[in-house]
Design a protein around this ligand. Structure first.
Ligand SMILES: [Zn+2]
Length: 316
């Protein structure tokens, strides 16, 4: 399963994927957006997902099967890095973006069958040696045995306005929309707003916070302490508390939805009562709906009030 280091730092995202891989690996997302401050953490997370999905044995962190080894050494044919420094001639200084031929080549490669679960990991990269910050990130987040940034010749960064050539996103969109089974695109961003909206809306977004505070989940548990027995009066009270929580902690409403998701997923894992499980599954769907409303610029108050009223009402 996903490396211990990453699972400890990003427990709820890790729990989510562990559960998904256990229950229904065929439903693995075709496109993932990682948000957060640390691109190395995101890159290792993506690689670990690729490793677990392609492992020939038990996917344990120490597994030494061919696929696991190749992924750790960045030699696996199914795991592709996509940045302006990739798909570039050795002395080609003119290539400064993810280019049209580069993305067309991906499109073409998707038409070929693969026995592997393919990953395309998109990021920004600079041809400068690793600085101290990058080195400490690698030390902090690198799972056991990875040997990917050994020559220190380039630095990993987040997708920004200059990463793609203007024509590429539309070609890419087609790939992201209808990839063959067993294909996953991963975009490493500081904030999903740095990526075009049409790609974001076809992706599952996850925040990998720089400092993973265990406290946060406790806060959500406290706010939801009456759950699942929430009446309409409680609903408004909880909605107010959530809005204050966003303000007080200087987080986005979206990030708070991630925390609530983490709380529900956690409950899902410890419960074995059918009614409660189906209530949780229903409410997890309500969270995705709330996220859509937030993205559609509906006010935070409306989104949280509606979400909580629907949770109080229960499934129709
Ligand atoms: Zn393996």
């Amino acid at each position: 399963m996903i490396s211990k280091k990453l699972a400890q730092n990003f427990s709820f995202v890790s729990d989510y994927f562990t559960l998904l891989l256990d229950l229904n690996p065929k439903k693995f997302p075709q496109s993932i957006v990682f948000e957060g401050l640390n691109p190395y953490a995101q890159c290792f997370f993506a690689l670990e997902l690729a490793r677990v999905l392609n492992c020939l044995q038990d996917a344990s962190e120490n597994c030494n099967c061919l696929n696991c080894r190749w992924i750790r050494e960045n030699k696996h044919p199914a795991v592709n890095f996509v940045s302006q420094l990739h798909y570039k001639g050795v002395s080609d200084d003119s290539k400064t973006v993810i280019s049209v031929p580069q993305v067309k080549d991906i499109e073409k490669s998707l038409r070929e069958k693969s026995d592997y679960h393919r990953f395309f990991i998109f990021f920004d990269a600079k041809p400068i040696p690793l600085n101290e910050c990058a080195l400490s990130s690698i030390e902090r987040y690198s799972p056991v045995g990875y040997n990917i940034f050994p020559d220190s010749s380039w630095t990993l960064g987040h997708i920004n306005a200059k990463t793609f050539s203007p024509l590429t996103p539309n070609i890419l969109l087609k790939c992201v929309e209808e990839p063959p089974q067993g294909t996953t695109f991963v975009f490493l961003t500081k904030n999903r707003a740095d990526l075009i909206n049409t790609i974001v809306s076809r992706s599952q977004c996850f925040k990998l916070p720089f400092v993973a505070k265990k406290l946060e989940l406790c806060d959500i548990k406290e706010i939801f302490h009456k759950y699942p027995n929430i009446n309409f009066e409680d609903a408004f009270l909880i909605s107010d508390k959530l809005q204050n929580y966003v303000k007080d902690n200087e987080i986005t409403a979206d990030f708070l939805l991630d925390l609530i998701l983490a709380y529900f997923v956690n409950e899902l894992q410890i419960s074995n009562e059918d009614n409660y499980i189906s209530k949780l599954q229903n409410d997890i769907n309500l969270l995705s709906e709330a996220r859509k409303y937030l993205n559609a610029s509906i006010s935070q108050k409306n989104v949280f009030d509606t979400l909580l009223l629907k949770i109080a009402r229960g499934a129709k």
